[in-house]
Design a protein around this ligand. Sequence first.
Ligand SMILES: CCCCCCCCCC(=O)SCCNC(=O)CCNC(=O)[C@H](O)C(C)(C)COP(=O)(O)OP(=O)(O)OC[C@H]1O[C@@H](n2cnc3c(N)ncnc32)[C@H](O)[C@@H]1OP(=O)(O)O
Length: 252
Amino acid sequence: MARRVTAAHHRNDQETPVISEYRQSDAEREPDGSGEDHAQDRARAARELGDALRELVQAAAGTEVDAATLRKTADQARDLVGPLTEASRTRHVPPTLDEAKPGRRMYNPASGPGNPIAPPMRVRVADGVATGTCTLGLAYEGPHSYTHGGISAMLVDQILGHAHAAQGRPGMTVSLSLRYRRPVPLETPLRLTAWVPEDSITDRRTGPKATITTEDEPDRLLVEASGIFVIPTAEQAERIFGDNPPPRWSEK
Ligand SMILES: CCCCCCCCCC(=O)SCCNC(=O)CCNC(=O)[C@H](O)C(C)(C)COP(=O)(O)OP(=O)(O)OC[C@H]1O[C@@H](n2cnc3c(N)ncnc32)[C@H](O)[C@@H]1OP(=O)(O)O
């Protein structure tokens, strides 16, 4: 029977709260401490699955095979779903893999290596500047041979969020603005850079800026962006996330 991970005591749960049946602490940590290795191994395995599925997604977006091969592959892909849903979580519960390493988002759609829809963008933060690198394949195509504008917006949102978080605590995007100056090429190493101008910082809010360029031509701007990021108050976090808000926003 499928095990489901369920948020205990979540505000929106109408029925008797269900204690999570599948938690890192119960299922993966052994009394002798070997659970740490187990968690790391599971994280590696999640990345391997993410990589394999990304390969599949890119192949599916670029394939020109005949209908019979498409249908056969669709059947095979459906067969992959069952084993993964034998233990799954609801939307109110963070992945156990994130629990094991605070700050990591294994399944983030922009940067999570375990998420097959993520390129994934690799993010580094140094001296308040967030840098993201990635190469986008055919699955992200908008105009022929260039990136869909919504994908650029997602990557920019993420990198702006890291620049904001480098000032103290992570926040949520309340405003996002992009100027698409030139098309962003597919299959080309890209660089996203984000920073927070000092005069845009207040108690709960920053106004970070970002650019997208290719790695080869860092002075040729393809996209310029700016955002407003706000740290939710504890009350707002409770309203949004129920009585199990992310720890970073639950401090009164
Ligand atoms: C290391 C981890 C890195 C993580 C990176 C993650 C990046 C991805 C982030 C996301 O995608 S978050 C998902 C998308 N965002 C949301 O779903 C947020 C939805 N919005 C809300 O729930 C509320 O807006 C929120 C609880 C966050 C805040 O509500 P408030 O009622 O406190 O604020 P409001 O939205 O009115 O505005 C907050 C501040 O921003 C200001 N503001 C908003 N839009 C603005 C604008 N366009 N220009 C200038 N200022 C603006 C506004 O004036 C105000 O300034 P003050 O606090 O100084 O008064």
